[in-house]
Design a binder for this molecule. Structure first.
Ligand SMILES: Cc1cc2nc3c(=O)[nH]c(=O)nc-3n(C[C@H](O)[C@H](O)[C@H](O)COP(=O)(O)OP(=O)(O)OC[C@H]3O[C@@H](n4cnc5c(N)ncnc54)[C@H](O)[C@@H]3O)c2cc1C
Length: 382
């Protein structure tokens, strides 16, 4: 742990860093920043921690479908960092190891899967094609139907965002950080081209640096500080179920093929309490149907592959909005318009949280500019 006393008793040298948003990115940043000496961290959250995209996420950490290679590598680095972060936090963050298993039952998609595996194997991703027999050894309760190609991506994991955010914020507070929930940021005090304080529903917070980790609201907040960070709207749905007996014995996530041309892929994972999370399509798939009917339909499809969950009941969840920069790639770094305003906006934030938390801390505290972040700077939007 960092020198707690210096954080608890601010000196004139103490740098005041205000983070806006207590989702997975704000919480990870809060944790890493508060480990440093002479840094006073304040987190402002308009709702409760995990109320944004993080609480609606499928939370599969992976680099499987990430292109181009540079972006794949960024995700891969972060995925590998989850193990060290979990070890450092030394607390239950709902991390499930075991990889991701997927299969295809249509010849064209099976060919695409084989091609993808070949491509990411070349990039050094630990994944491979597996036989139907191997699938059943891993997951004996699975009834996959026709299998024309199947794969296992062994490094993939899933996280439970709620306990992770909770643990990060708790450990940040133990190191001197302060979290204000139900405190909405409404604007900034700007003097001589820098943000000197953050205006909120609960008064002003003086700052040396502001970090916007405010998800979909980042665009609006950044515009109040003269920065242009455009986003696309990206609604998605991950339904919940009532708890079931253990159904996934080894892998963390499964991706099942569409039943026919009218359906999308199904993805499914099981949490420690036995409940399932089920989504459809890709990680970026648009879906706004939060009805009970849609939740029931997803669960019915899941039951065809996992008959042992016959008694599970579907619980619909409200639509979640992914923070989605206009070009789909992360936005990381200080803005040109306001040099003490740092942007941390991204899709795949669950995968990227360890890397962004630790590496953005190097940029914010040590003043380095990471080569890894060069393609993702805010000024690319003009
Ligand atoms: C359906 C769905 C499925 C997904 N699946 C995956 C996946 O499998 N793997 C993966 O890696 N990623 C996935 N994602 C994306 C991932 O969840 C997000 O990238 C990540 O949660 C973003 O975290 P964040 O902390 O940046 O944003 P958020 O979690 O949205 O946090 C932002 C916080 O800022 C607060 N805030 C906003 N405005 C203000 C204000 N004015 N004042 C104070 N606080 C404010 C909000 O209340 C919120 O709590 C998925 C997302 C969705 C919606």
């Amino acid at each position: 742990m960092a020198d707690k006393n210096s954080s608890l008793s601010p000196t004139p040298e103490t740098k005041k860093i205000v983070i806006v948003g207590a989702g997975i990115i704000g919480a990870s940043l809060g944790y890493y920043l508060s480990r440093r000496s002479d840094i006073a961290v304040t987190l402002l959250e308009r709702d409760t921690p995990n109320a944004g995209a993080s609480g609606h996420s499928f939370a599969w950490a992976n680099a499987f479908g990430k292109d181009p290679r540079e972006y794949h590598t960024l995700n891969r680095r972060s995925l590998d960092m989850w193990y060290r972060l979990a070890h450092q936090l030394d607390a239950d963050i709902g991390i499930h190891y075991g990889g991701e298993m997927r299969w295809e039952s249509n010849p064209q998609r099976a060919a695409q899967l084989r091609q993808r595996i070949q491509q990411i194997q070349k990039w050094g991703y630990p994944c491979r094609l597996i036989t139907p027999d191997e699938m059943l050894v891993l997951e004996p309760d699975l009834q996959p139907g026709t299998v024309l190609a199947a794969s296992l991506s062994e490094a993939d994991i899933h996280i439970e965002t709620d306990p992770f955010i909770d643990v990060c914020l708790r450990q940040a507070c133990e190191a001197g950080a302060v979290v204000h929930s139900q405190t909405e940021v409404t604007g900034f005090v700007i003097r001589n081209g820098s943000v000197t304080a953050v205006k909120t529903s609960d008064g002003e917070f003086p700052c040396d640096v502001v970090v916007l980790a405010s998800g979909v609201q980042t665009t609006e907040l950044a515009s109040l500080a003269e920065a242009h960070i455009p986003q696309q709207r990206s609604p998605g749905i991950v339904i919940k179920t009532t708890p079931c007996a253990e159904i996934l014995h080894n892998v963390a996530v499964i991706h099942a093929p569409p039943k026919d041309g009218n359906h999308q892929h199904l993805h499914l994972r099981q949490l420690a309490d036995g409940s399932l999370r089920i989504g459809q399509g890709t990680q970026e798939g648009i879906n706004r149907d939060d009805s009970q009917g849609h939740a029931d339909a997803l669960l019915t499809r899941a039951k065809t592959y996992l008959p042992a969950i016959a008694d599970a009941k579907a619980i619909p969840t409200p639509v979640g909005y992914r923070p989605m920069p206009l070009d789909g790639f992360p936005v990381l770094g200080f803005t040109k318009a306001m040099p003490n305003l740092y942007i941390a906006l991204m899709h795949s934030g669950v995968t990227l949280a360890p890397l962004v938390g630790e590496m953005a801390t190097l940029e914010i505290v040590d003043g380095v500019r990471l080569d890894w972040f060069a393609p993702y700077r805010p000024e690319r939007f003009g």
